[in-house]
Design a protein around this ligand. Sequence first.
Ligand code: URA
Length: 233
Amino acid sequence: MTRLDKFTAEKLNITRSAAKSLIKSGEVFVNSKPVTSPDFKFSDEDEITVSGSKLNSDKFVYIMMNKPKGVISASEGNGEKTVIDLLPPEMKQKNLFPAGRLDKDTTGFVLITNDGDFAHSILSPKKHVDKTYIALLDKGVDRGVIMDFESGMSLGEEILLPAKLSAENEEKTLVKVVIKQGIYHQIKRMFKKHSIEVLELKRIKIGSLPLDEKLKEGECRYITQDELNQIKQ
Ligand code: URA
């Protein structure tokens, strides 16, 4: 059984007190009837709707996590801690996996889902969903590096899709990188080609959806339907 106010708050990404007010004002329906008690408990069979939108009909879930360092982006860790291990018990369910991998020492936005088609649609280079990172480098970038990123650099056997690189500080050691692919260690290798080392890497956005700044490292929350639409814009 799940408490209505807690569930509503999580699904709509609003505070618990905002969810309580919404429920008290009769806006939250359980099986088509308004329920005004925030502590009402419902079961998996009950259908919860707000303004005509079903909150719990989806068989798929989408979670935003701010991944800390030292945790691997995988469902099985073989002894290592995974992003799935970090999910709070009430969010854990079968078949969840991270849609795309961040290195163990990379922090930031990991999307966790059980929707394979959705994961494919944001990961496939053909779909052109931007992944935005902030990187701290051991030396500043120059025009040549920026041009190489933007022209679609060759990396090993591959010719990469054009990436965007822009400086975030005067020394040009703090940079923003936008890529459309997720090749193994891609950003680190792109800089390494120019003899630059990535000291820190954080993913801050997927598509047009930024990582929620309120999420501390290791924390997560559900992605709302509106936000899900933002990812592919
Ligand atoms: N590129 C990297 O090198 N590492 C990541 O974790 C993500 C992109």
